[in-house]
Design a protein around this ligand. Structure first.
Ligand SMILES: *Cc1c(COP(=O)(O)O)cnc(C)c1O
Length: 447
């Protein structure tokens, strides 16, 4: 193609399609100036022979196959801004762990997304985003400080994603005494460029302190701060990878393939919808939630009514106003009828989730975490009425929800080695008052 005609992919705001920014700006900003979420201006098509050419690869080649598929997606969106060699490196550093599709019972498969360092799917997005941020800051002299407030999981995925990444410092704020022991160990034993601040307050206090830092001109003029938040396009795009990786591992392609996504903020599902638009032959997506059923409710009534979130045992999905819903609306031009052709919604109570965990363990010997259990239950329901091959995303390792899982299935769970290793390390955190002055003084000293 004529070089002159190559126009780099731009990203628009869901609030205003004519507000377009470069990839670099979208990644560094996270959120558009008008408060919208960024979307790619075009959805590239996958090469028609992508999967047939893969099918000839040998059975043991899952990891090279995965890297190849991930690269195809990354290049389609980002290849005009980042060289192929650099993208290859970012992709292979991001998924340096397996993403296997495991058979649970006839026609039902679990896509195990928990083999990364923090045992949850957010590792994929966080690791990719960390590398994208470094890529775009290479020309700059100053270090970037990533400031995150966490109630548990997101913080460790982000921190791990940035661990040892040059030019990046990560400061995590977490509420003292309000995260689980495993979560605290994951946050406080990393060392290197990661500092954990144990705030004498709640998660809301931590979030407020972070917000205050971002709006403090005196601070931001001297320190480059970034939020590395979950709505960044650099987290959305890598989540497309594993839908292709899942599909490539399905052997019975005589039946339509459906994919069920246990959801909270709906970033994961949005990535799947984009994969379908790229040409991935998925017949249907299933949106599975706990009692925070805002999106299933929208799909059945056409009304979007955000609420305060309700606490459940699948707590990473306790979201009352899903942030990526605006991206879903954007993809379907605000038309619930069209959205329904691609997505079916289900929601389950904690009791139903526990029953599913217990039944699946007893009948099939497969241990689900509470999030995966919501996904399994929704898929199972769907498959009683529809003939398809079903995949659900197992978004976290059951050990991350040790108490609930052990109590429900009545069995001790073995702690994986990579987690046991961090459990035996000493906690290193800076105990801090719930005070903005204290945080600011720390940030100045730390930079
Ligand atoms: C974040 C999370 C989810 C929900 O993902 P969204 O993209 O917010 O819908 C589901 N399961 C686990 C374990 C998570 O950490």
């Amino acid at each position: 193609m004529d070089q002159e005609l190559l126009i780099n992919m731009k990203f628009y705001s869901t609030n205003n399609k004519s507000l377009r920014v470069s990839l670099q700006e979208a990644v560094l900003k996270g959120l558009a100036d008008d408060g919208g979420l960024f979307m790619p201006e075009r959805i590239p098509q996958l090469p028609a022979d992508l999967f047939t050419s893969l099918a000839s690869a040998s059975a043991g080649a899952l990891e090279s196959q995965s890297a190849e598929l991930a690269f195809a997606v990354a290049e389609a969106f980002l290849g005009e801004d980042i060289s192929a060699a650099k993208l290859q490196r970012i992709v292979s550093e991001t998924i340096d762990f397996p993403i296997p599709l495991v058979k649970v019972k006839e026609g039902v498969y679990s896509l195990e997304l928990f083999h990364g360092p923090t045992l949850a799917f957010k590792d994929v997005g966080a690791r990719f985003m960390a590398r994208m941020l470094t890529h775009f800051r290479e020309k700059e002299e100053q270090d970037i400080t990533v400031l995150v407030a966490t109630s548990g999981d997101t913080g460790s995925a982000v921190a791990n994603g940035f661990l040892g990444v040059k030019g990046m410092k990560v400061v995590i704020l977490y509420p003292s005494g309000k995260v689980s022991e495993i979560q605290e160990k994951q946050l406080t034993t990393l060392g290197q460029n990661i500092t954990a601040l144990e705030i004498k307050g709640t998660f809301d206090d931590c979030q407020r302190l972070v917000k205050q830092a971002f709006s403090d001109r005196e601070l931001t003029q001297q320190i480059t701060l970034t939020s590395a938040n979950s709505i960044n396009v650099a987290r959305l795009i890598p989540q497309i990878f594993y839908y292709l990786i899942a599909y490539a591992q399905v052997l019975e392609k005589n039946l339509p393939v459906v994919i069920c996504v246990p959801s909270g903020n709906f970033g994961n599902l949005t990535a799947g919808l984009i994969a379908k638009r790229m040409g991935l032959p998925v017949e249907k997506f299933i949106a599975a939630t706990n009692t925070n059923d805002i999106v299933p409710n929208y799909l059945s009534t056409g009304n979007f009514s955000p609420k305060s979130s309700v606490q459940t045992i699948s707590n990473a999905m306790d979201v009352g106003n899903p942030s990526n819903f605006v991206r879903m609306l954007d993809l379907y031009a605000n038309d619930v009828h069209v959205m329904r052709q691609d997505i079916t919604g289900y929601h389950f109570t904690d009791d139903e989730t526990r029953q599913t965990m217990k039944a699946v363990y007893e009948n099939h010997g497969y241990l689900l975490d509470p999030h995966g259990a919501v996904g399994f239950a929704a898929l199972d329901n769907y498959l009683t009425k529809n003939k398809a091959t079903g995949i659900f995303l197992e978004t976290a390792h059951p050990v991350k929800f040790l108490d609930v899982v052990e109590e429900t299935v009545g069995k001790k769970i073995e702690i994986p080695e990579r987690l046991a290793a961090c459990m035996s390390k000493p906690k290193k955190a800076l105990l801090m008052e719930n005070s903005y002055a204290a945080l600011k003084a720390f940030l100045f000293k730390n930079s």
